[in-house]
Structures are given as structure tokens and as C-alpha cells.
Design a protein around this ligand. Structure first.
Ligand code: ZN
Length: 233
């Protein structure tokens, strides 16, 4: 196992792409993993090879460190934990205070699968874009949840399994700023052009901050962050 290595949970969104750049900036060997859990739209799955290819093209030093991309089929899990992301239901706040986009146990299932894959691939740590600053009400994105999960994985796999969450305490505006620090304007432009965030899977409307419907909660957060970052209107 290379000590300086990581497996990045990568969905081709703004956050996980910024995390991938963060890992490529630090670690000698980096691989990516994505999960097919029966998302309502396949845009995320279509964009991931495009984002990876764009990173390889724009950042040759990072290309040398970027290894395999893995896709894990979790449609069985998606069928159990049906939510607005996987079924045709409205995106809204539920009576229990959680948004209907919350998939119970999703991040926990991702982390178990990622840890198993990292073990097999000889990768030392996991990196994820979880964030509790612009708290969307996802209890599995809290650092406390991830600390408990890292401990469970370390015990259960009998190997140290740290989980890095570089965005945990950043606002969405600061996440754009981190991208700028890591990869300059070229990385910011790549994130705008190639990453995908919109819950509705809209890639027909081009906003200043990238493609999206401009109305769903994910687009609203991305637009707010872009404005706070001082991105062009
Ligand atoms: Zn949207």
C-alpha cells in the first residue's frame, strides 16, 4: 500500500471534483469511485468520464497521479432506500425535517463499499465531499457521523481507514475559492463547464455557474456560492 494514496468518492459534481483536485494536489496515487444507485437521471454517470478527461487534459502533473475510475452497482441498495433522487417524487421538505432527497444510509453504504475497494486497491484513505456548513439536513454528512464511520471501518477492516472531508467547514463560496487555489482559473472553468449538480439533471440551460435548471435546491446552492465567490454573472 502506498501511504500517499487515496480513493475519492466522485460523482462529477462541483464538490467531489474539488475534492478530487485536493487529493491530486496531495497524494501520489489517486483513484476514483462512483455509485450507480438508480439515480433518476444518468447525467451524473455521463459526466464523470468527461470531468476526468478534462482534468487529465488541463493538468498533466495530476494526470500522472490519477489512476483507475471504478463504478459500483448499488441499484439493489437504491431500491431499498428509495427517495426523490431515485424515484419520481417531488423534491420537498418532509415532516421529519429531512429533505425528500435524503436517501437513508446512502453515504454510509458508499463508505463501506469505498473502504472495501480501497483495501483491495491498496489505497490508504478515503476522500469525500461531505459538508456540514451549508447543512442540507443530511445527518450522514456530519463530521461526527464520519468520525464514527472511520472508527467502525478501522475496527471492522482491521486497518486504519481515515476519511478526509476537505469541504466539511467551507461555505459553497469558499469551495469555489478552494478550486481556484488548487487549480487556478482553469480548474474553476472546468468545474463550471463539466461538473453537474442539478437535481433535475438539466444540462440544457447554461447559467454563469454551469448547467442546471436554476430552480432546484442544488442549483440554488450552487448559484449562491458562485455569487459569494464573486464569479461573473
Ligand atoms: Zn437544478
Amino acid at each position: 500500500m502506498t501511504a500517499s494514496s487515496a480513493l475519492v468518492l466522485f460523482s462529477a459534481g462541483q464538490d467531489s471534483t474539488t475534492c478530487l483536485a485536493w487529493a491530486l494536489d496531495r497524494f501520489e496515487r489517486v483513484e476514483t469511485v462512483g455509485f450507480d444507485y438508480g439515480q433518476r437521471h444518468a447525467i451524473e454517470l455521463e459526466q464523470r468520464p468527461r470531468v476526468l478527461e478534462a482534468i487529465r487534459r488541463a493538468f498533466p502533473a495530476w494526470a500522472a497521479r490519477l489512476g483507475n475510475d471504478h463504478m459500483v452497482d448499488l441499484r439493489g441498495f437504491g431500491a431499498i432506500a428509495e427517495s426523490a433522487l431515485t424515484a419520481d417524487r417531488a423534491i420537498e421538505m418532509q415532516a421529519n425535517g429531512l429533505p425528500s432527497t435524503f436517501v437513508p444510509g446512502r453515504n454510509l453504504a458508499f463508505l463501506v463499499c469505498a473502504a472495501a475497494l480501497a483495501d483491495r486497491r491498496g489505497l490508504a484513505r478515503l476522500v469525500g465531499g461531505m459538508c456540514e456548513t451549508d447543512y442540507s439536513g443530511y445527518p450522514d454528512c456530519r463530521r461526527a457521523t464520519l468520525d464514527a464511520m472511520a472508527q467502525a471501518l478501522t475496527l471492522g477492516l482491521d486497518r486504519e481507514t481515515p476519511i478526509d472531508t476537505p469541504l466539511m467547514h467551507l461555505t459553497k463560496g469558499e469551495t469555489w475559492g478552494l478550486a481556484q487555489t488548487l487549480g487556478g482559473r482553469a480548474l474553476v472553468d472546468l468545474i463550471v463547464e463539466d461538473t453537474h449538480t442539478c437535481y433535475r439533471g438539466d444540462r440544457t440551460h447554461r447559467q454563469a455557474w454551469g448547467y442546471g435548471c436554476g430552480e432546484c435546491p442544488a442549483c440554488a446552492l450552487r448559484a449562491e456560492g458562485w455569487a459569494a465567490f464573486g464569479g461573473a454573472a
